[in-house]
Design a protein around this ligand. Structure first.
Ligand code: GDP
Ligand code: MG
Length: 713
């Protein structure tokens, strides 16, 4: 083969190092040069390494960090470095071919799926990273489907082509079959495992190698090597056919000649990808500095800009009517706060994505949930742990606001004269909790402040205090999550807390409708106290949460006492009626009552509401709910019997079993309560050959045997 080596300098260090003019590049009308993307994957597939390489090639960092050395820029929280995993999504910005790419790194550990969920809510496109050996792993499947739910167009990147056992074709077919997506390779690997040296570009019909001395910055472009020529020809034909099926311009070009020019093909791919009709597949080895620059090219060429999602939908919070905004700087502002982070220097940062109009420093902006205006103190653009102060955040951009005191995750910010509320995010319910108290009395206020701050940042960390016993309980998505929250309390807030054992987060609910009444009439401290409340409690749809409706005239319960009635009902909801677990999925209605102009008081109404609620809930057939986890276990066929037998004794409910080679994959639902110590058990059952992942699935009513145990504990 004739090797015509063309040296191509692809680095864009210069442009970004000298600032690459925000001003020149990113004025709102230039929305088409923005890419808001996320990188999602199963843990260990190589997200962090790939992100580091992206930042390196784009000139954002000048030295490559490695995950195992704890030197990467993106994993910046201390705990992440120690544990080698990514917990908080860090947003960062870089430039490639004069495009501005905002990247949100997302964590892979299941305890933190909420982080993935919130980044997907504000992304325009995503890169799914797969391991060339592991293929489509359980979590890649979860995240992929989450992305589907938010209609986020994706590129698949098959990483680790250098590893022993790497198999490009198998992973492509897994992406097609197991993820049900219209995946089609835009590249072929040149060599595999140790001999993986470059890629064949099926769009431009060129081969590319990576110059090792420049850490892959310089590319060696040549003709396609003869041994790959026929395979490349076949793959190119398939690619063209698939794009033609999904795009009319490519179809008409194809009718004239099957050799569709690269330019036309690329435009067609872009349209098909942004319309979620196809998923282009790329490959490389991030660790060995191969293929990442082509991945960046694909982000620019095929993933949508905010303009491709030109109409933002929402509702008018006053009327409930559907309203829309056009993306762009000249329309009224709409933005969503997707994450809060406390920072010891500047205070609380509210990560925000602007959908239309812009946000300006010093401006007042309306919060639809709070129904009031708050002032934007300062604005920042973020790069992992450093930041740059800016004056304006335009349509399509992502940045952080400082100065909004009461904002929480999921809030919509908009112009007060053009109200719009954007679609909210969904968060799973915590599945575990632990009791927490200050080490010394003097630490109590500090602990309360720390808990409040952590809970406001993280929608899956919920803190409750039992109004009667005063015990505080912190709940989260798993042992690791709780452990990290406790760790952060010590490091960031300097409070030492004493915690109980992590326990399964049971809830209570009702399965029928019941009515309760309390006529509170007592003499306390020589003064008569009076209040009368009638409550009805019934079941709501599973995961709907609780709703409280006050359906009684102000002649019976005057407006001033309504908040006390609500406090009393909430006291009852938090403390439950069976085993002091919080209650959920209730529909609570206050349907009657009475007051006395002279003797009614706040305290009397709060107590009467609590007692009426308890009476109603007790007759409404209360039951316990427990968290159910979905496990995916991969084991050798020879251990199947033992693994299944053990699952059976753990109240496991098998959902699916498939064979892949000589491995068996078991999908099974198991109550979390039965899973303590499971990793040790499965290791000994299979002599260490099995692996598994788990994620929260749903809450279900417990069977009678468990109910009896919980009642007697
Ligand atoms: P994440 O959990 O998805 O963020 O994955 P990391 O980037 O932390 O990578 C997990 C492990 O795989 C680390 O030890 C990396 O050094 C390694 N790794 C990442 N990319 C490659 C690759 O292309 N080839 C090989 N052989 N190893 C890789
Ligand atoms: Mg990582």
């Amino acid at each position: 083969m004739e090797m015509v080596a063309v040296l191509e300098q692809k680095s864009h260090k210069k442009e970004s190092a000298d600032g690459c003019g925000r001003e020149t590049l990113c004025k709102g009308s230039e929305l088409r040069i923005i890419r808001n993307i996320g990188i999602v994957a199963h843990i260990d597939a190589g997200k962090t390494t790939t992100t580091e390489r992206i930042l390196f090639y784009a000139g954002r960092i000048h030295k490559m960090g490695e995950v195992h050395d704890g030197t990467t820029v993106m994993d910046w929280m201390e705990q992440e470095k120690e544990r080698g995993i990514t917990i908080t999504s860090a947003a960062t910005t870089c430039f490639w071919r004069n495009h501005k790419i905002n990247i949100i790194d997302t964590p892979g550990h299941v305890d933190f799926t909420v982080e993935v969920e919130r980044s997907l809510r504000v992304l325009d496109g995503a890169i799914g990273v797969f391991c060339a050996v592991g293929g489509v792993q359980p979590q890649s499947e979860t995240v992929w489907h989450q992305a589907e739910r938010y209609h986020v167009p994706r590129i698949a990147y098959i990483n680790k082509m250098d590893r022993v056992g790497a198999d490009f074709d198998r992973v492509v077919s897994e992406i097609r079959n197991r993820l049900g997506s219209n995946a089609i390779p835009l590249q072929l690997p040149w060599g595999t495992e140790e001999s993986f040296c470059g890629i064949v570009d099926l769009v431009k019909l060129k081969a590319v190698k990576f110059d090792e001395n420049s850490l892959g910055v310089n590319l060696l472009v040549s003709e396609i090597p003869s041994e790959l020529a026929s395979k490349a020809e076949e793959a190119r034909a398939k690619l063209v056919e698939l794009v033609a099926e999904n795009d009319e311009s490519v179809l008409s070009a194809y009718m004239q000649s099957p050799d569709v020019p690269a330019e036309i093909l690329m435009q067609g791919i872009r349209r098909a990808v942004t319309a979620n009709k196809m998923v282009p597949v790329m490959c490389g080895s991030s660790l060995k500095n191969k293929g990442v620059q082509q991945l960046l090219d694909a982000v620019v060429d095929y993933l949508p800009s905010p303009l491709d999602i030109s109409i933002v939908e929402g509702v008018n919070p006053k009327t409930g009517e559907k309203v829309t905004r056009e993306a762009g700087d000249s329309t009224a502002t709409s933005a969503i706060v997707f994450k809060l982070v406390s920072d010891s220097y500047v205070g609380r940062l509210a990560f925000t994505r602007v959908y239309s109009g812009h946000l300006r420093k010093g401006q007042n902006i309306y919060n639809t949930r709070l129904r009031k205006r708050e002032r934007i103190g300062r604005l920042f653009q973020l790069h992992a742990d450093s930041r740059e102060e800016i004056d304006e955040l335009s349509s399509g951009e992502i940045g952080a606001i400082v100065g909004l005191k009461e904002v929480t995750t999921g809030d919509t910010l908009c112009s007060e004269n053009a109200l719009i509320e954007l679609e909210k995010m969904r968060f799973p319910e915590p599945v575990m909790f632990m009791a927490i108290e200050p080490k010394t009395r003097a630490d109590k206020d500090k602990l309360d402040a720390a808990l409040q701050s952590l809970a406001s940042e993280d929608p899956t960390c919920i803190v409750r205090t039992d109004p009667e016993t005063g015990q505080t309980v912190m709940s989260g998505m798993g042992e690791l999550h709780l452990d990290i929250l406790k760790d952060r309390m010590q490091r960031e807030f300097n409070v030492v807390a004493v915690t109980g054992r992590p326990m399964v987060a049971y809830y209570e609910t009702v399965t029928a409708t019941g009515r309760g009444e309390c006529r509170f009439d007592r003499e306390i401290g020589g003064k008569r106290q009076f209040a009368h409340v009638v409550v009805e409690v019934g079941p709501a749809v599973r995961s709907a949460g609780n709703s409280i409706e006050i359906d009684v005239s102000t002649n019976l319960i005057p407006g001033d006492f309504i908040k006390d009635v609500e406090s009393g009902l909430n006291d009852g909801i938090i403390t439950g009626v069976l085993g002091r677990y919080p209650m959920t999925d209730l529909s609570v209605r206050v349907i009657g009552g009475g007051f006395d102009a002279e003797f009614s008081s706040d305290m009397a109404f709060r107590t009467a509401a609590l007692m009426a609620f308890r009476e109603a809930a007790k007759v409404a057939c209360p039951e316990f709910l427990e968290p159910i986890m979905l496990l995916e276990i991969v084991t050798g066929s020879e251990h199947m019997g033992d693994v299944l037998g053990d699952l059976n004794s753990r109240r496991g409910h098998i959902k699916e079993m498939v064979a892949r080679g000589n491995r068996q994959i078991i999908k099974v639902e198991v109550p979390l309560a039965e899973l303590f110590g499971y990793s040790t058990v499965i290791r000994s059952l299979t002599s260490g050959c099995a692996t598994y992942t788990m994620e929260p699935e749903e809450f279900k009513l417990v069977p009678k045997s468990v109910r009896d145990k919980l009642l007697n504990s």
